[in-house]
Ligand binder design. Structure first.
Ligand code: SAH
Length: 371
């Protein structure tokens, strides 16, 4: 059965997946153990895949029995798996209290990218986003965020490595700041997955104060969901713009790009037919980004029921790209992946909510599910 790692997860137990290395060190010091126990434990959990405390042979017997009594290693559970013909996998992952989030694995030639969720639902009402329709439920804990990587890697097996993580699933990661930062630090820890900081990307709708705060505590790559090059339109598409308008957002981007090895910000721009896809829009975008080190990722709109938008035609996207390219901005068009599964973010979980679990069994693949 694909399930929580420990059979007897009890809520009163301390879930050790909730700690990054610093948090674990502090935990061990609190129970009168040496801080280096933290790295030993991380190795057992994330590298050796051992979750039975009895098998953690370099821990003293006393410590093992303490951990058995007071702690658990509890990851969330994969409830549904969909595999597209291009190898993209989408999972609905069950969190405590019966809530669900989505994680998507996108295999490419030289890398494998996992798209991770940070919240159940989302409080930001971006008008073209399917998650927004569900409203906000709650923040995910550290164990629920790192747990997505943990169960995904386990499910994929040793041969298919997750090399990149993008915090582009459900939710606004910067509105769950502490848990997201701890989980990202864990992903990059040499004793866990050891992901390079260039290969971990946080995507934000532009929560300016949190972007500035992130600058001080974490060194990951940043993607900003821009989608419009003027305040009038962005106020409508990404309503948080009313609070943090483009001038402030661009200042925060410039600051963030200055630090460390990051050098540029990736701007995401969803292509909505007749809304933000004209040549004039592209020129305005060039102007807006003229002194921000930028790359642009044009995202073909992913339709969902009653979305009220259409994706710009291919020629329009190409024309838009040409304007940016001629202005010297590195621009990519995101490849649509997993077209034969519920590709748009939030759609699979929408189904989990809409239908009874009995109906959902029809979608479950092979041995991925056991009741
Ligand atoms: N809250 C974060 C992460 C969200 S999703 C953020 O706003 O960045 C990641 C990206 O997918 C965002 O750029 C989001 O605007 C975009 N997106 C959401 N719904 C979409 C859809 N239906 N089609 C294409 N892109 C979409």
């Amino acid at each position: 059965m694909m399930s929580s790692v420990t059979e007897s997860a009890r809520p009163e137990l301390i879930n050790l997946l909730d700690f990054d290395r610093e948090g674990l060190k502090a935990f061990f010091v609190r129970i009168n153990e040496k801080p280096f126990r933290a790295t030993q434990l991380l190795k057992w959990i994330y590298q050796e895949n051992v979750t039975n405390f009895d098998q953690m042979t370099n821990l003293s017997k006393t410590l093992r029995s303490y951990l058995k009594e007071h702690c658990s290693i509890t990851a969330p559970e994969i409830l549904i798996e969909q595999i597209a013909s291009d190898g993209t996998r989408k999972w609905a992952i069950e969190m405590s209290c019966g809530n669900h989030v989505e994680s998507v694995f996108i295999p490419e030639d030289k890398r494998g990218t996992l798209c991770v969720s940070s919240q159940i639902g989302c409080a930001l009402a971006c008008t073209f986003c399917s998650t927004a329709r569900q409203g906000f439920n709650r923040n995910l804990s550290v164990s629920e965020i790192i747990g997505q990587l943990y169960v995904a890697q386990k499910r994929l097996g040793q041969k298919t490595r997750i090399t990149n993580v993008v915090m582009m699933g459900m939710g606004e990661p910067l509105l769950n700041f502490n848990n997201v930062v701890a989980a990202m630090n864990l992903m990059m820890d040499d004793f866990t997955f050891g992901l390079s900081k260039r290969r971990v990307t946080i995507s934000t709708s532009g929560i300016v104060p949190a972007m500035n705060r992130l600058n001080d505590v974490c060194d990951v790559s940043m993607a900003v969901s821009l989608h419009a090059a003027n305040d009038g339109l962005r106020d409508k598409l990404v309503p948080i713009n009313q609070k943090y308008p483009l001038k402030e957002l661009m200042d925060a981007c410039r600051e963030y790009a200055k630090q460390g090895p990051r050098k540029h910000i990736t701007f995401e721009y969803v292509m909505l037919e007749g809304v933000n896809d004209s040549v004039q829009d592209a020129r305005q975008l060039v102007k807006l980004l003229k002194d921000v080190p930028s790359k642009i990722n044009l995202i073909p709109f992913n339709p969902f029921p009653n979305s009220n938008y259409f994706c710009s035609p291919h020629e329009v996207i190409s024309r838009f790209k040409d304007v940016l390219y001629k202005a010297g901005i590195v621009t990519t068009i995101r490849k649509t992946r997993g077209e034969d599964i519920d590709a748009a973010c939030g759609q699979l979980v929408g189904k989990v909510k809409d239908k009874s679990r009995r109906n959902l069994k029809l979608q479950k693949m092979g041995d991925t599910y056991a009741t």
